[in-house]
Design a protein. Structure first.
Length: 436
C-alpha cells in the first residue's frame, strides 16, 4: 500500500479526534502563561501538538512513540548493515506505522526515482561567491527547487482544501529525495574542487551522500550517515527550525518554502551551529594538553573554565534531564568502530568528568551531554573536517521531520498561526490591576 493510502486510511480517525478536542473540549485550559515566560522566549509553554515526535525529559526523543534505542532495533536495515534505512524512518514519520522491509524499500525506491536535481539549481549555486556559507547555499538550493512545487502549481489551478495534503506529500517526497545530492554538491563545490559524482543505484538514501562526496570505500562512514540522519530527523515541533517551518507552512507556503525557512532557523548559532562550536572547543582542549589529558588535569581545566565565566558547549538541554540518547547511540557507534580515536576518547573522558562538576557548581538544571557534544567528533574522524558544513548534514536529516509535520498539518486542516501580541504598557496595566 502506498504512503498516501496509509495516510488517507488514518485521516477520518485523526480528524474526528481533533474536531472533538476543538469542539466539545475547546474551552479547556491547558496552561497559564506568565510574564517571565513571555520574556523568556515562551520556553516550555505548551502551544503546539506534535504527534510525530516528543521529547521526554528522562527518556529522550520518541518518534511516533518509539525511543531511539527501540527504533535502532526495529526499523528495517540497510543491506549488510545494522543501521536503519532512512526510507523506513520516513515511512514511520508519515504513516505512524512501523514499516516492513518492503515498505522501507518502497520509500527508498521512490527517492531514487525522484532524486535528479535540475541543472538550473546547480548553476544558481555556482554563481554565488566562493565564501558563501554552506547553509546559505543549502537554503538557496531548496528555495530554487520551489519552481518544481506540485502543490504551488495545483493551488494556482484550484484545489479543494481536503486535498492539500496529497500535493504536500508529493512535494515532500520530491524534496527529500534530492537532499543527499544537494548536500553532496555543496560539499564538493566548497571543498573538493567541484567534483561531481552521480548517485549509485545500489546504495540507499543515506549511504549515497557518503558515495557522492567520494567516501565509497569506507562502509563505516556509510553507517555513520545512516545513524546521523536517523538521529536528527525530528525533535518535537517547538524548536526554532520546526516551529519556523510550521509557521511558514501554515500560510500555505509549500514544502520548499517552509523547509527553507526552517533551515534558515537551523543555521543560527543557538540552534544547529552548536555542533561545530562543540568540536572547536574539543580541539582546543586537546591542543591545550597536547593530546589526551589525565582526568585530574582535565578536572582542573574544566573548573578553571567555569570559574572564569566560560561556557562548556554540548552540555545541558532545554527539555532533557538525562544524557541525550542520541549522544549515547553515537558514543556506542564510536566505541565499536574506532575506540582508539583520541578525540572520541576525549569526548568520553569529559563525559565521565564534567557532569559531577556541573552538579557541584549548581548553575545548570541538566549537567548531561546533548547530541552536539559528539556530532562533530564523529565526522572529524572520517575526514569531514569542514566545521561549517556540519549543520547542512543536520538539515538534510531534519527536513524529513519538517516535511512530515507539514503533510499532516495540511491533512488535519490546521489554520494559519496568528498569536496575539501585547504592548509593555498592557502588561504593566495587567500587573497593576492584579496587585490592586
Amino acid at each position: 500500500m502506498l504512503v498516501s493510502d496509509r495516510i488517507e486510511a488514518q485521516l477520518p480517525g485523526w480528524r474526528e479526534r481533533v474536531n472533538r478536542l476543538r469542539g466539545s473540549c475547546g474551552d479547556f485550559k491547558v496552561c497559564d502563561v506568565t510574564i517571565s515566560q513571555i520574556y523568556s522566549g515562551i520556553r516550555g509553554v505548551q502551544i503546539q501538538v506534535s504527534d510525530i515526535s516528543h521529547v521526554d525529559p528522562y527518556e529522550g526523543l520518541r518518534l511516533r512513540g518509539y525511543t531511539v534505542s527501540e527504533l535502532l532495533k526495529l526499523l528495517p536495515k540497510a543491506p549488510n548493515s545494522d543501521m536503519p534505512l532512512a526510507g523506513g524512518l520516513y515511512y514511520l514519520l508519515l504513516c505512524d506505522e512501523l514499516p516492513t522491509q518492503a515498505e522501507a524499500d518502497w520509500v527508498e525506491n521512490e527517492w531514487k526515482k525522484r532524486c535528479l536535481i535540475p541543472t538550473y539549481v546547480f548553476n544558481v549555486l555556482r554563481r554565488l561567491p566562493k565564501e558563501t556559507h554552506p547553509m546559505t547555499l543549502f537554503s538557496i538550493g531548496i528555495t530554487a527547487l520551489q519552481r518544481e512545487s506540485v502543490f504551488a502549481k495545483a493551488y494556482e489551478s484550484g484545489l479543494i482544501k481536503s486535498d492539500y495534503w496529497r500535493y504536500y506529500l508529493e512535494d515532500a517526497l520530491n524534496l527529500t529525495a534530492k537532499l543527499p545530492g544537494l548536500a553532496a554538491f555543496i560539499y564538493n563545490l566548497k571543498y573538493q574542487d567541484g567534483i561531481t559524482l552521480p548517485a549509485s543505484p545500489t546504495l540507499d538514501w543515506s549511504a549515497n551522500f557518503a558515495h557522492m562526496i567520494d567516501r565509497t570505500g569506507d562502509p563505516a562512514y556509510h553507517d555513520l550517515c545512516r545513524l546521523f540522519f536517523f538521529l536528527h530527523s525530528d525533535h518535537e515541533g517547538g524548536n526554532v527550525s520546526a516551529h519556523t517551518a510550521h509557521l511558514v507552512s501554515s500560510a500555505l507556503s509549500d514544502v520548499y518554502l517552509s523547509s527553507a525557512a526552517g533551515i534558515n532557523g537551523l543555521a543560527g548559532p543557538l540552534h544547529g551551529l552548536a555542533n561545530q562550536e562543540c568540536l572547536k572547543w574539543l580541539l582546543t582542549v586537546r591542543d591545550h594538553f597536547g593530546g589526551l589529558p589525565e582526568q585530574e588535569d582535565l578536572r582542573a581545566y574544566l573548573w578553571e573554565t567555569l570559574n572564569n565565566g566560560g561556557l562548556i558547549p554540548g552540555y545541558g538541554h532545554g527539555v532533557l534531564r538525562t544524557t541525550d540518547p542520541r549522544f549515547t547511540a553515537q558514543m556506542e557507534f564510536a566505541r565499536k568502530n574506532f575506540p582508539e580515536d583520541e578525540l572520541i576518547q576525549l569526548v568520553e573522558l569529559i563525559y565521565n568528568t564534567l557532569p559531577p562538576i556541573l552538579k557541584e557548581q549548581g548553575k545548570v538544571s541538566n549537567p548531561w551531554p546533548n547530541v552536539d557534544a559528539i556530532n562533530g567528533a564523529l565526522q572529524y574522524h572520517f575526514g569531514v573536517k569542514e566545521f561549517d558544513f556540519y549543520t547542512v548534514l543536520f538539515g538534510v536529516s531534519r527536513i524529513m521531520g519538517l516535511t512530515a509535520h507539514a503533510v499532516w498539518a495540511r491533512a488535519l486542516n490546521k489554520p494559519i498561526e496568528r498569536p496575539k501580541s501585547l504592548t509593555t504598557e498592557m502588561l504593566e496595566s495587567m500587573v497593576v490591576t492584579c496587585e490592586s
